[in-house]
Ligand binder design. Structure first.
Ligand code: ZN
Length: 169
């Protein structure tokens, strides 16, 4: 998207925000999630994380990235979620037919020369959803940053049906 069409798109989004803010239904929520829950899920556009677990805004933190991987930045956010905002349950929830599954990181490149070397990125590729989830759950359970009392769960969302399965991890 380029030029005036990008401007028109942004204008449409900001106009929608004017209507939203006029009502602002979430104005009175507290920052600490009332269900003391943090959900790590994928950025996939088909996933609406709160309703599919019967939750509403204000009840859980939602951390999203490509593949629902437990990256350093997810760990950083979970530490803040737990230690500054009182959560003690973590659900890591990747999903079937994820765009990251089988994606070859060698196909991803810097798009332009910017006068300095491009930052090296770890794309956290995965070829086996359940194996990747098992590894991520294990890394959380073993992390010194996560308290022993924290509950760590791994679930897999079937994006075709909306049902969640609970794998043996
Ligand atoms: Zn995904």
């Amino acid at each position: 998207m380029r030029g005036s069409s990008a401007t028109m798109f942004l204008d449409r989004l900001l106009a929608a925000n004017e209507r939203y803010a006029a009502g602002h239904p979430l104005a009175n929520l507290d920052a600490p999630p009332s269900e003391r829950l943090a959900i790590v899920t994928c950025m996939d556009a088909r996933i609406d994380p709160l309703p599919l677990l019967g939750l509403r805004p204000g009840q859980a933190h939602v951390l999203r990235n490509a593949g629902a991987r437990v990256t350093d930045d997810v760990l950083r956010s979970l530490v803040i979620s737990q230690q500054a905002l009182g959560t003690d349950v973590v659900i890591v929830m990747p999903h079937t037919s994820c765009g990251l599954l089988g994606l070859d990181p060698a196909t991803l490149h810097p798009r332009r020369a910017a006068g300095r070397p491009a930052t090296r990125l770890d794309f956290h590729p995965m070829s086996d959803l359940e194996a990747a989830l098992r590894q991520d759950i294990q890394s959380l359970r073993e992390s010194p940053w996560i308290g022993e009392n924290a509950e760590i769960h791994g679930l897999i969302l079937d994006t075709a049906t909306g049902y969640i399965v609970r794998p043996d991890l």
